[in-house]
Structures are given as C-alpha cells and as structure tokens.
Design a protein around this ligand. Sequence first.
Ligand code: B12
Ligand code: SF4
Length: 487
Amino acid sequence: MKSKVLLINPPTLRDLAVTYDNYFPLGLLSLATVLKDNGIDSRMLDVNNYYYMKEYNQDILDKYIEDRLYSYVEEYNPDIIGIGCLFTGAFKSLKVIASRLKSRFPKIPIVIGGIHPTIFARDILKKYNCIDYVVIGEGESSFLELVKSLVGGDNPSEETDGLAFRHKQEIKLNPKRKFINKLDQLPFVDYSMLDDIEEYHNMDTSDWYSPKNLRIAQPFPIVTSRSCPHRCPFCSMWLVHGPKIRYRSPDNVLAELEYLYKEYGVNYFRFMDDNLTFDRQRILDICRGIVKRNMNIQFDTPNGVAVNGLDKEVVEAMAKAGMTRVSIAIESGSEYIRNKIMRKNLSREKIYEVAGICAEYEHLFITGYFIIGMPQETRETLTQTYEMIKSLPLDNAAVNFVTPYPGTELFTYCIKQGLLPYRAEDYVDIEYLHYASKQPHFEPFELKSEDLINFKEMCRDYFLAKRKRLGLRAKFPLRYKKEVASL
Ligand code: B12
Ligand code: SF4
C-alpha cells in the first residue's frame, strides 16, 4: 500500500498593525520533499498563507476547516497528518486544527513539530490527546523514521531520535541528538507539492524596492545553513537546529538558486539563515558564484546579519551579487546591554565601520535591528541606543521589544526575577508571545512599559521626519540619489 502524508502549516496570530510578506514554509516543504524522495506520497496545505493579510480569528479558521480542510482530508485520505509550529504564535491554531481533525478522523495519527512543540513536547502530550506524536528539533530523519514505522504497522521505536510519544500511559521522550551534518544531502525543496500555490502569486510586489528595475514576481526564501554558534540569551532557535552551525556548500546553494532562477523565473531571494556570513569564505564563494553564473537577481537578508560577519570585501561581494537590502543586527547602542547582558561581543567601532561600508553603496537599503527592554534596560541605555541610531547611516531602525521565549536564558531569568505574569509551565498555552507586539512583554527593573513604547515611537518618528524632509518614499535608502550606480 502506498502511504500518504498530509502536512499542514497553521495560521499564526497576527496583530493587524504588523503584516508579513507571505513566505513559503521551508521546514514543512523540506519534510514533504524528503518523504516524496523516499517513495511516500505527501501533500502540503499552507493555511497560514491562506490567511495572509487577512485577519486571523477563530470564525475564519472554523470556516476554513468546514469548507476546505475536511473535504481535502476526505479526498486525499492520508495515513498520517503532520502539523507544523514554526512560531509559538502558531500553537493556538495548531490546537484547533488538531482537535477538529482528530474528532472527525480519529484513526489518523497526528504528528506535530517545530519550535514550540520541541520545547513543550511532554506537556503537550500530557494535555492534548488529539496529538499523538511530537517530533523534537530538526525533523527530516526522525519524521521519515516515524512515518515508515507507522505505515508499516509498528509502534515507534524507543530508538527514534528526537521523538516524544505515549506508551502504556507513559510519555516517552527521546531527545534530539543526531543532526544532519552535511546539509547538501537534503534534496532541493519541491515546490510542486504545495497546494494553493496560486495564493502566493497573489502577493503584490509591484511597489517593492527594486534598484535594478527588475519586475519582482514571487520572492523565494532560501536557507543555506542551519543554526548559529552563538547563544544570545533571548534566542531559542538552536533548541530546534542544534548546537552547531551546519552548512550547505556554495555549489549546492548556487545550484538551487540557478534552478529557481531558470525554472521558476525567480529573481528575488530572501536569505533566511540564522548566521549567513559566519563562514566568510562560504558567503564570498556564494556571491561570486552568482555573478559568475550571470544571475541577474536581487536579494535581501530579513533575518538579520551579524555585524561581526561583515567587512569591506564581504559587503562588496554581496552588493555585487544583488543584495539590495541589508539588515544588520546591532541590538543595542549601550555597550553594557549589548556586550555584558546580550553577550554580543560586538564593539562600537565595528558597528560604525560596517554601517559606513554598507553606506558606500547608494542603492543598499540599510536597516538596523535593535532589541529594547532587557530587564537591565534603563533610561540611560535607551538614550545611548537612540544616539547610535541617529549617528549611524541607517535607512531605518527596526526596534522591537524583547520577547522572553520559553527555553531561553532570558525566559528563565525573567521567571526567577518575577517579571512575568505566569508560571513557567503555563507558557505552553500562553498566546501573547506571538510576535513583537505593540506592548512590551514585561517591564524592565527600572522602566515602565510606557517608556519602551514611547522610545519605539520616537525612533519611528525620527526616520519618518528625516524621510519627509528629503522627500523620499519609504522604500528608498536615505542616500539614494536619482540613479543607482551600476550594480
Ligand atoms: C523564516 C523565518 C520567519 C519567516 C516565516 C516564514 C515561513 N512562513 O516559513 C518570517 C519572516 C515571516 C518570520 C517571522 C517571525 N519570526 Co521567524 N523565523 C524564521 C527562521 C529564520 C527560519 C525558519 C525556517 O525556514 N527554518 C528552516 C527549516 C528547515 O526549519 P524549521 O522551520 O524549524 O523546520 C524544521 C523543524 O522545526 C521540524 N518541523 C517543523 N515543523 C514540523 C512539523 C512536523 C509534522 C514535523 C514532524 C517536524 C517539523 O522539521 C523541520 C525540518 O527540519 C526561524 C529561525 C530558524 N532557524 O528556524 C525564525 C524563527 C522561527 N522566528 C522567530 C520569531 C520570533 C519570529 C517573529 C515572532 C519575529 C517578530 N519579532 O515579529 C515573527 C512571527 C511571525 C508571525 N507570523 O507571527 C523565532 C521563533 C521563536 C518562537 N518560540 O516562536 C525563530 C526560531 C527565530 C529565533 N532566532 O528565535 N520568521
Ligand atoms: S546571533 Fe542571532 S541566531 Fe545566533 S544566537 Fe544570537 S540571535 Fe540567535
């Protein structure tokens, strides 16, 4: 019997003030591709994309489940359903989808994975009977193994790496230990498996910043490495992707870029790596390879690039290869917050040097990423951040309130200090941690929420005023003159 697996990307709660471009869900697509390569039929439904730019609410989700999901499952008749949870904020809708599907199709095992299930695997299995298995961490090999044993009629093995499941009233949890070291062994994501792909093409990119004057059709995200060797106290990514940074080779990355460029006509890429430039030679080879292969593309780095991973040669290679927007992770203008509290090991001199290098490229839109509201933040440290923002040649500053995600050092610290309103174990179901909201998630020792909100607004107003003075549209760099130097 040919086995069939349906993967679902649930919608994420969103504040209507914050909109995100619709991105292909690479994690779920990677799982589906690996299954397909192993002879297992799989399909994927991106409910998040269906909700793109639409208000999330329970009624709309219920309607989607009634109108589309039930009939889809009946028709496809999968042996296993997998649901992803890329963000903590997706867990609420994951629960709704899992429980409805379980009531309607009680025999189909439901497997979940992603960051929130990875952190709360045990609590989730204890609380939610509609969920049968939790895959912990990087999922390709564990999920394949689980699917094979389920369709073969076996119980999941005690040996399966990175899996939590129920066994005779008990919850068994095998921690994730084996990560894929050579990422080149993974197949390129197969986009043909995505149902409702036409929803993506509805995305309007006509007003996107395009200094090469290319018509941006559908931007494609790409991940060329997994994890990051640093341990910033607010970052939880490594709980899924492991302690070591792992790479795809430049040739492998270039082959995929070229494939998407030629086969899908993609000319806008979004590098989503956690630490894209950590291996200097690798990023140089990727960028020089793009030029050598004559790919006329543009790309950006929405996940932020570590400032320490940039220098004159690297920025030049990236700009020549088509980088049009760079986001640099500065985090704080205060030496104390940045280096003592956040442990960034990032000097003030390096920040100014790198921002200055980026600013030599008139076409390059430079965003500084800042995080405010660490427990130790004070008026003085905020002022230092503001002074830095004003004195750097930035085109925008993305200032976000720090979020104490479960599993992070910051979370443990905040719980210990009594800064959070709930107990640690309650966070499996806490809904407000879904994104950088308009409200800080907690108050620093010496500040009120109002102080942080006002600060954020002040930074936004600073750039708005500057832009207005120069008569420049929002998407253009402040240094942008009439023509862009040939790229
Ligand atoms: C791309 C990305 C985005 C994209 C999302 C695109 C999309 N639809 O896929 C955008 C830009 C929209 C985004 C936004 C945000 N993001 Co983001 N994002 C990422 C990033 C950089 C890469 C994700 C990715 O593609 N990874 C590569 C794939 C291969 O890995 P994966 O998705 O984890 O999937 C694997 C496993 O998790 C597992 N798995 C996943 N699902 C399933 C399902 C099943 C059934 C199984 C078996 C296994 C499994 O197997 C997969 C393959 O190995 C991650 C960091 C990271 N490295 O993962 C942060 C990350 C997920 N984001 C994060 C955050 C905080 C945010 C924001 C809240 C930021 C903000 N302040 O606004 C917003 C939230 C958006 C929202 N809608 O509310 C945090 C999540 C923390 C948390 N606990 O929620 C992360 C971990 C970054 C970090 N450093 O902490 N993000
Ligand atoms: S440098 Fe970025 S990806 Fe690495 S640990 Fe810090 S926040 Fe996470």
